[in-house]
Write a protein that binds this ligand. Structure first.
Ligand SMILES: [Zn+2]
Length: 294
């Protein structure tokens, strides 16, 4: 007999006896509420794409570890439903799932047999950060760094290797990928010769062919240096952000929660450069800038 499943969109805080067929699409790391209650939230999705959030509390976090796994589909019956806080409601009678009481959970995929990869586009990987989450992707490796060692906060050394992959499918693959590959190589292993770019060339660049780590060399003049654009202020000695403290006072800065920062005199300077092909307004800040005015 085919079981009758309820659509997640029909669940309400009053629904008691029901059965849904749903997949765990997100599972966050367990966390503590300010009152020290342990909780872990997850998101379930049924075949029609309706979603519901569920929360495991205290012992449930451990006991449901192997029962509700990411990416697996389950038949869930009679899990208690609670109303969703007014602020987060996405529909009338919106509810969330808890897992106590008479909840029954049955996995729908066969336990035995090889786990087949479920390939997804890189762009659809959810932004939940959890070490337990795994995703299968097929892509082209654009860059693979040599293994290097980094020190953790506790002093242990771990091997790290940066790998850049792409899976862009919509564009003309071959030229797109070789372009990207050349760009990544240029940034990661810059040649010893400085390649000078012009402001005119820079203006033709689009957001899509720029990378955050790119370093660009320009040969330009500051035609009208203006001393009024030199700004001195009191800021964090680590990140340079402005702060309310007086010079010399220590404080906690949001950019470096683990460091004690000191309010220090800082300088930044805004100026316009030209190289005959265009103009560019730049701001110099940080230690390199301060050296100029010391
Ligand atoms: Zn700071």
């Amino acid at each position: 007999m085919k079981p009758e499943y309820t659509s997640i969109s029909n669940l309400t805080p009053q629904t008691k006896a029901y059965k849904v067929r749903a997949r765990v699409i997100e599972k966050a790391e367990p966390k503590l509420y300010p009152n020290k209650t342990l909780y872990q939230w997850l998101k379930l999705e049924d075949g029609e794409g309706n979603r519901i959030r569920g929360t495991l509390f205290e012992n449930e976090v451990e006991s449901f570890k192997g029962i509700l796994e990411l990416s697996r589909e389950y038949e869930i019956a009679n899990a208690p439903l609670r109303a969703v806080n007014e602020k987060w409601k996405t529909r009338e009678d919106d509810c969330q799932m808890t897992f106590g009481g008479n909840t029954t959970i049955q996995p729908l995929q066969a336990e035995a047999g090889p786990v087949l990869p479920k390939y997804i586009p890189i762009a659809s990987i959810p932004s939940t950060i959890s070490k337990s989450e795994r995703f299968d992707v097929i892509g082209v490796i654009l860059y693979m760094e040599q293994v290097r060692q980094v020190k953790t906060a506790s002093g242990a050394s771990i091997d790290v290797r940066e790998v850049v992959i792409t899976d862009d499918r919509s564009r003309d693959k071959k030229s797109y990928i070789s372009d990207l590959m050349a760009k990544v190589l240029l940034i990661r292993e810059p040649s010893v010769d400085r390649i000078i770019t012009t402001i005119g060339e820079l203006e033709l660049k689009k957001l899509t062919d720029t990378m955050q780590e790119e370093r660009i060399w320009l040969e330009a003049k500051i035609p009208e240096p203006d001393v009024r654009k030199i700004i001195a202020y009191i800021g964090c000695d680590n990140c340079g952000r402005r702060c309310e403290e007086l010079a010399g006072e220590t404080f906690k800065c949001s950019s470096y929660p683990n460091k004690v920062c000191t309010a220090t005199a800082r300088v930044n300077y805004t100026f316009t450069i030209t190289d005959g092909t265009g103009e560019l307004k730049l701001t110099a800040f940080g230690a390199e800038c301060e050296k100029l005015f010391a």
